[in-house]
Design a protein around this ligand. Structure first.
Ligand code: SF4
Length: 347
């Protein structure tokens, strides 16, 4: 295949995506990365959106094989932040120039419909920020209530588009159900983010191509492609982590195909590679999601080992990231960074 011709195509077929993911020639890989960077510039501009995450509970009722928060992992210290504590942390970072707050936890029904609605409403009362929920699979009625309370976005990873692999990863959940949640969330007006892990045991390039195609089919507003990192205390603790280069190639192909979707340079990528965030920003990413969970909680959100920046003071994150972003000629966005799809459709 002629790589230059391929990279100019508006749409990529499955076998072409697989071909690009399998590139091994350095020059060709650089052409892929440069094209992804160009597409990012055309569709998203040079701004990088910072989405501040508050991991407010590390309790989880699920038992996903790969995840350190799984309920059978007895090796982590569990915590829950109070709703008022979450609101206070959110406002602190909003005052530091953060325009999206991501409320994230394991699947923890301790935070019922009203508690989450209270948090959303209280944050929105004082500030015009976007609120993303990342709470796993919840009741459809809850999604509706939280939307009314002011939630804007929902992040729910599909993890893998291969139903067999999905079933192997999740004891009680099915891929079809997860996709129903994604569909429903879109239907009721959430901006929806999803994505998958790269380098899962037994995962193939075909699977990853299907992951990217799934993100296109569901017209996602954000798509995250992060490397798998084994978590201590899980059945997969001794598995090999995902490959950084394959993750970067996946992000680049996704940018070329998905065009105006938001793509984060993930913390998992930065955990495996010291320069992972910058590398990610150069191959199509336009979002970074720093962790603003305060101590002593942040150390215990152990979804995988040695999470990047976990020992740093979150108060320093914004200026640290700004320096990194500006070092490559990009700038931190001063807007909420809503769905580019919605924006492009409206214009
Ligand atoms: S991946 Fe999510 S649902 Fe699964 S165990 Fe971890 S926190 Fe719970």
């Amino acid at each position: 295949m002629d790589i230059n011709e391929l990279l100019k195509k508006e749409n990529l077929k499955r076998h072409e995506i697989i071909y690009l993911l399998g590139l091994s020639d350095e020059k060709e890989i650089n052409l892929l990365f440069d094209r992804a960077d160009e597409v990012r510039r055309i569709y998203c501009g040079d701004e990088v959106h910072l989405r501040g995450i508050i991991n407010f509970s590390n309790y989880c009722e699920q038992d996903c094989l790969y995840c350190g928060l799984r309920k059978s992992n007895k090796n982590i210290t569990r915590y829950r932040m109070s709703p008022d504590e979450v609101v206070e942390v959110a406002h602190k970072f909003i005052n530091k120039g953060i325009f999206t707050i991501v409320l994230q936890s394991g699947e923890d029904s301790f935070y019922d419909t009203d508690k989450i609605a209270y948090i959303i409403y209280s944050i929105k009362q004082k500030a015009d920020v976007a609120i993303t929920l990342s709470l796993g699979e919840r009741d459809f009625e809850e999604y509706k209530t939280w939307k009314i309370a002011g939630a804007d976005r929902y992040l729910i990873k599909h993890e893998t588009a291969n139903p067999k692999l999905y079933a192997a990863l999740h004891e009680n959940q099915k891929l079809t159900e997860r996709l129903e949640h994604i569909r429903f969330l879109k239907e009721i007006g959430y901006q929806v983010g999803s994505g998958n892990m790269i380098g899962l045991p037994n995962q193939t390039l075909e699977d990853i191509a299907d992951d990217i195609l799934l993100c296109k089919e569901y017209e996602l507003d954000m798509a995250a492609f992060g490397p798998f990192i084994p978590a201590p205390g899980t059945p997969w603790q001794n598995k090999k982590p995902g490959d950084v280069l394959l993750t970067l190639k996946t992000m680049a192909v996704a940018r070329i195909l998905l065009k105006d979707v938001h793509i984060p340079a993930t913390t998992a990528l930065a955990t495996l590679d010291e320069n992972g965030r910058i590398k990610g920003l150069k191959v199509g990413a336009n979002v970074i999601m720093p962790d603003f969970t305060p101590s002593p909680y942040r150390e215990n959100y152990q979804i995988y080992a040695n999470r990047k920046c976990v020992k740093d003071n979150p108060d320093d994150c914004r200026s640290c990231l700004q320096l990194q972003i500006e070092s490559i000629g990009r700038k931190v966005s001063n807007s909420r960074g809503d769905s580019l799809k919605l924006f492009n459709q409206a214009n």
